[in-house]
Write a protein that binds this ligand. Structure first.
Ligand SMILES: NC(=O)C1=CN([C@@H]2O[C@H](COP(=O)(O)OP(=O)(O)OC[C@H]3O[C@@H](n4cnc5c(N)ncnc54)[C@H](O)[C@@H]3O)[C@@H](O)[C@H]2O)C=CC1
Ligand SMILES: O=C(O)C(=O)CO
Length: 412
């Protein structure tokens, strides 16, 4: 039997036992669970990453639902044995979750899209600027008392205006990042994604027309046929794909070799998207090549040598770390599991989650985002106004919801 884990308990007499492996920001998520007959147990262990045994001890022999951490067959089957039916990641990415194992055990898997997009894109933009303009190096130089007057060559970096920004993975975050770099710095876009991002293309076209009408050089966009085209052409490249078999070590020695010698590479997706050993070698050989990294291949560790590289800006996976986003993530994770306990349907559009976030309002009776809803045969929540419109034959509303926002077709 695993050793006991220290916990803090809310609403001890609650009917449903909900376990959170981490303390999450804000208090609304706690209130929402406690006010809905849940006994909430929050792990208060000081270690950052819990082991499988720690989590098994937390689940115990009766647990209705679980929030966050690395999950596979051992944990999902233990949760099922304890009577659990739902798990929610406090994250939009769920590469840490074996969804097949969850399906086998009939456990709903929640995630928290819709609140991270801008916050994560802003951090990617910050890393782009910090790397391009050598801000961390210059800050360290200043604090070390080395500054003794303005010099023409001191920390010369890259101008972004008019250069090209490359985005690999132009989904929610990649597109938001692209817009920031295009609108903010008037960069031209080249992107690679498995799917066309017409919304992003339309945005760049319209912004280009606006600039032209104002006598400025218009910005342009290009959808690249291959990832290599982006790597060869772009001055700043930001990686925003999901992590899966197709994107593991997407940046490898061969691909690093075709990038410009003075390019800036940013990664705020997942560490293993870059072969980090190869990256360290590339940084050593190309001092003008710079990177901004929020995520690492062996998180929380860095590959040997990376910490010594002056041409690398490194931060500890803080891309989603704004108060609004983190509190929103906690709320959505809690509502995913609460919705499953209550037998609610799944929200029709996981990208439009504002109704769940209104501080003083009762949230909709739905799970905000369950990634394996279809596999588990869950049905979708469709707002009453849309149901009414569908009944009167308005097919275009189905198309709007399913195509525009890449959500599954709604079952009404
Ligand atoms: N550093 C951090 O704190 C955060 C990291 N993330 C990471 O960012 C990822 C992306 O998040 P979203 O933009 O919300 O997801 P998304 O699903 O909207 O976008 C991902 C995009 O990657 C594309 N893609 C998939 N495979 C590809 C491939 N082989 N080549 C090129 N493109 C490919 C998809 O078509 C999609 O457009 C998450 O899965 C997560 O891992 C997300 C939030 C915060
Ligand atoms: O949401 C995610 O995927 C994260 O990485 C959280 O920061």
């Amino acid at each position: 039997m695993a050793k006991p884990i220290s916990i803090e308990v809310w609403n001890p007499s609650g009917k449903y036992r909900v376990v959170s492996t981490k303390s999450m920001p804000g208090t609304r998520w706690i209130r929402l669970l406690a006010d809905n007959d849940c006994r909430l147990e929050i792990c208060t262990e000081t270690k950052t990453i819990l082991s499988v045994d720690d989590i098994l001890a937390l689940i115990g022999d009766r647990c209705d639902v679980q929030l966050t951490e690395e999950w596979g067959e051992v944990l999902f089957s233990a949760l099922k044995r304890a009577g659990g039916t739902a798990f929610s990641n406090m994250a939009v990415g769920y590469n840490n979750v074996d969804v097949e194992a969850a399906n086998r055990n009939g456990i709903a898997v929640g995630n928290t899209p819709g609140v991270l997009t801008e916050t994560t894109a802003e951090l990617a933009a910050s890393l782009s600027l910090a790397a391009a303009r050598r801000i961390v190096e210059a800050d360290q130089f200043m604090r070390a008392g080395l500054y003794d007057g303005w010099l023409p060559h001191l920390f010369v970096g890259n101008l972004l205006k008019g250069q090209s920004v490359g985005v690999i993975g132009a989904g929610r975050i990649g597109s938001a990042y692209a817009r920031m770099m295009i609108e903010g710095f008037k960069m031209n876009l080249i992107y690679y994604d498995l799917y066309q991002s017409t919304r992003l293309e339309k945005f760049v076209t319209a912004y280009g027309q606006f600039l032209k009408a104002n006598g400025e050089q218009p910005v342009t966009w290009k959808r690249a046929a291959t990832m290599e085209d982006v790597l060869r052409e772009a001055d700043v490249i930001s990686l925003h794909p999901v992590l899966d078999k197709t994107t593991y070590h997407l940046i490898n020695p061969e691909r690093l070799a075709i990038m410009k010698k003075e390019a800036v590479l940013v990664n705020a997706s997942r560490g293993p998207v870059i072969d980090e050993v190869a990256l360290v070698e590339h940084l050593k050989a190309n001092p003008m090549f710079r990177v901004g990294l929020d995520v690492f291949e062996d998180e929380p560790y860095m590959k040997p040598g990376l910490a010594d590289m002056k041409n690398a800006v490194v931060v500890p996976h803080i891309a989603s770390a704004s108060k609004w986003t983190r509190e929103g993530m906690a709320t959505l994770a809690a509502l995913n599991v609460l919705g499953k306990i209550k037998g609610y349907p799944v929200w029709g559009n996981p990208n439009l989650v504002e109704p769940f976030l209104k501080e003083d309002a009762t949230p909709p009776a739905a799970c905000p985002s369950i990634v394996n809803a279809k596999q588990l045969g869950r049905y979708y929540y469709v707002p009453p106004a849309i149901v009414k419109a569908l009944r009167t034959g308005a097919r275009s509303i189905i198309l709007y919801l399913s195509v525009q926002d890449h959500t599954p077709l709604h079952e009404v």
